[in-house]
Design a protein around this ligand. Structure first.
Ligand SMILES: Nc1ncnc2c1ncn2[C@@H]1O[C@H](COP(=O)(O)OP(=O)(O)OP(=O)(O)O)[C@@H](O)[C@H]1O
Ligand SMILES: [Mg+2]
Length: 337
């Protein structure tokens, strides 16, 4: 109805103007040239106004989006660098210690995610963290990377409490392969370079090779320049994970944090990922949240976490002999495969 009325009004006014104009020309109050001049200018002016209304709606949409961006930029992080950060020792050793750490997520202050966790990882050691889903395994990484501060207790890296170090400096010394990889809407090359922004193209390709990712990247339509969609929608789970491993290889940090997510991998890519990971693990201190026994068996020590507490620790053999939670989990996996 509204459109019909609007169109009617527009044409009615055109007819009206021409009618009056024609009357004036006939009565010789106006020359025909003057009338056509008026009509032409009126069309230009109306077109301009119409254009303006379109631009205006675009401006309104853009300012709405910009407002959200400014809101995000104005957020003050809860984790701040200390005014005088304590320097981390040079060269980095990759040594980690948790001392009686208690922690609850701010979103759920009433339930503790970690309850009195203490452990020490020596430089070069490979330690596996195993435990049921929701035990608090990833939470240990979050505290180590200082995404959160513990409620009580202390987390130290190379002997320096993480709360007293500069978070940038601290994170520079860690390479994380997270449970769910963040992929950006950019090229494969840029996504791998995220691990070390100043890396050369040759270094990126070597990292992809080491992460068993080079082969699938070569098969992509534009190789390393192929754009990956928002959040990596154009990649499979296993491919995304190998991009994350390539980032970690490129980063070459003294401490490697692996949060294995293997649910989305088929047997072949699992073997590839496994190979890439074990190569990477050989060179650095490694904390690995392991879901597969293959990984656990290559580690020096196993921490078994349950409901935020370390309930057992030791080697695979000693834990199997103990017959506790680990022995149960191990038995389930052997039956499952
Ligand atoms: N951001 C968050 N806010 C509130 N609670 C959280 C948050 N992240 C995790 N939790 C809770 O903390 C507990 C430990 O979670 P965590 O992610 O460490 O488990 P996980 O051992 O890594 O499990 P999975 O093997 O499934 O990855 C869980 O009960 C979980 O619900
Ligand atoms: Mg987890």
């Amino acid at each position: 109805m509204l459109t019909a009325i609007a169109i009617f009004l527009v044409f009615a006014s055109v007819v009206l103007v021409l009618w009056i104009g024609a009357q004036d020309v006939l009565a010789e109050r106006m020359t025909p040239g003057r009338l056509s001049q008026f009509v032409l200018y009126a069309v230009f002016a109306a077109g301009g106004l119409g254009e303006l209304s379109q631009v205006w709606s675009e401006i309104a949409a853009a300012s709405g989006a910009a407002e959200r961006l400014f809101e995000i930029m104005a957020v003050e992080p809860a984790i701040k660098a200390p005014a005088e950060p304590k320097p981390l020792p040079e060269p980095a050793r990759g040594e980690v210690a948790f001392d009686n750490v208690h922690f609850a997520y701010p979103a759920r202050p009433e339930t503790s995610a970690l309850r009195g966790v203490s452990f020490h990882v020596r430089p070069g050691e490979k330690v596996a963290i195993v435990g049921p889903s929701g035990a608090g395994k990833s939470t240990i990484f979050h505290l180590l990377l200082r995404f959160y501060d513990p409620t009580s207790g202390e987390v130290t890296y190379d002997g320096v409490p993480v709360s007293e170090a500069d978070p940038r400096e601290l994170r520079r010394r860690m390479a994380l392969v997270p449970q769910d990889t963040a992929i950006f809407a950019s090229s494969v090359r840029d996504n791998i370079r995220f691990g070390r922004p100043d890396a050369s193209d040759a270094a990126i390709e070597r990292a992809a090779e080491a992460a068993a990712a080079a082969e699938f990247i070569r098969k992509l339509p534009r190789g390393y320049d192929t754009p990956l969609g928002e959040r990596g929608v154009t990649l499979s789970g296993g491919q995304r994970q190998r991009i994350a491993i390539a980032r970690a290889v490129l980063r070459n940090a003294p401490l490697l944090l692996l949060d294995e997510a293997t649910s989305s991998l088929d047997a072949e890519s699992e073997t590839l990922v496994q190979k890439a990971l074990s190569r990477l693990m050989q060179q650095h201190t490694t904390l690995v949240i392991a879901h597969r026994l293959a990984t656990v068996l290559t580690c020096d020590r196993i921490l078994v976490l349950d409901q935020g507490e370390i309930v057992e620790q030791g080697t695979h053999e000693s834990l199997v002999v103990r017959g506790g939670l680990y022995a149960r989990l191990a038995k389930l996996q052997f039956q499952g495969t």
